[in-house]
Design a protein around this ligand. Sequence first.
Ligand code: ASP
Length: 585
Amino acid sequence: MYRSHTCGELRIENVNQKVTLSGWVQKVRKFGGMTFVDVRDRYGVTQLVFNEETQKDLCGKANGLGREYVIQVVGTVAERSNKNDKIPTGEIEILAEELTILNASEVPPFTIEDKTDGGDELRMKYRYLDLRRNPVRNNLIIRHKMGFEVRSYLNDQDFIETETPVLIKSTPEGARDFVVPSRMNPGQFYALPQSPQVFKQLLMVGGFDRYFQIVKCFRDEDLRADRQPEFTQIDCEMAFVEQDDVLNMFEGMVKHLFKTVKGVELTNAFPHMSYEDAMKYYGSDKPDTRFGMKFTELKEAFAGCGFNVLEDAEYVGGIVAQDCASYTRKQLDALTDFVKKPQVGAGGLVYIKFNEDGSVKSSVDKFFSPEQLLELGEKMGAKTGDLALILSGAKAKTQNALNELRLEMGNQLGLRNPNEFSPLWVVDFPLLEWDEDTERFHAMHHPFTSPKQEDVTLLDTDPGKVRANAYDLVINGVEIGGGSIRIHEDALQQKMFKLLGFTQEEANEQFGFLMNAFKYGAPPHGGVAFGFDRLAAMFAGIESIRDVIAFPKNNAGRDVMIDSPSPVHGDQLKELHIALTKIEK
Ligand code: ASP
């Protein structure tokens, strides 16, 4: 028996019990003829004591222990004279009687502490050591609980968890595919699923009615903090449903998760906001609604003002930061620098201070009288003591910049409290998106998304105006999930492919199986997929999804621990009929 108890288990009630513990050496320290060893496992830390005088050999052995040695100790639980109220086992210690070294350890490359001295790259290279640290393990425990509660909730709602294949054909989620050469079919390749989209739809044709899967998806995209080349979705599909049926079902799931895993009761119904309003008031399809500061459109207010930067712009919009009229020159300069950053992309910033004494001060005093500025303030809902910030330029770009500025002000004013959760459904997305480069429409969600019934006639006359039965779940400015009611008729699906620029042959070649299936009684259906990693990161209160993934990849898509991707053997390539071209560095 390696252990009778874990290292996090013993309390004052256990005093005088003889116990066996196993774990890793966290720390060894000598103090006044005693040696103290902290032994750690997943469950906690317990202090062991060795007496120099009465246990000379044993104590010598304890003194020789290094960090991260794996040990087993037999001893008796005793009350500590010097109690530590920071840890649950802090009232007791183990008077050691036997010590076995189960395995030695080299000195670890970073400290296995909550606040480690190890940088990101080092932690990833030795991820198995990083996993011994509490914060990393706790994040993964949160993730585990979430997966468990997803299954519990959906099982109660009669969903069937079904695995779908990983070696498939290109899927249409708009990213690059990862491809896998087939040895048995020379010159041919599988693609890894960007999502199980078509399979879950086929399961509905197969009469499954309610499907879900916690599933790996693969997208070959440039990486950011919240992206990984392989990531996990909670993927779901339902038959005989309309949009509200899907939203209600999964609002229930998200509330269940918040309650059971985070202890947070989201009692209100999640608000619905149209895509149009989201763009108009927040300049983003994933608005952070923990705070107001909505946009006011000001194009008309500046017509004929004589200041051509504002007058000639396609779009002028502003926000009001409450009680910020006291912002100093320096702070305003910093905001101007912020909006001019390439990632934000504005040309400049116009500000108006509505001072406490009733006066107004702006960066455009030359062009406007104080009365005009006050009138403008009124239009924007600014009060005495507030600061108005205005951007102008091309519409999409400026809305985006104003969104960034709004979020920055939210940060500066402490309005983005990580312990507050503001979920909403963004609905009525456009069906199609015009792509300037390729001069054609792309599906905004994916090609299986159905148009709104009332907009179907626009498909022939003004496709850009057609709205879709598509929706996203957004929490605190993060897109947590998205889905749609699907097309289930062959003719409409064909029409959609045509609009997206597929020839009949291309559509048949890529999605013939789906259109064929639609000929055999496909039920009306719809679904949604949630980014499990992002939701877990939000629950863990961290920004990066990497720390809710046991073995993540770095920004270059590399696993630095196992050193992958890596070259393959010449024989392997030969077998696959693959020849490499010269790679320019
Ligand atoms: N397959 C979609 C996605 O990955 C989600 C859905 O439409 O259900 O975004």
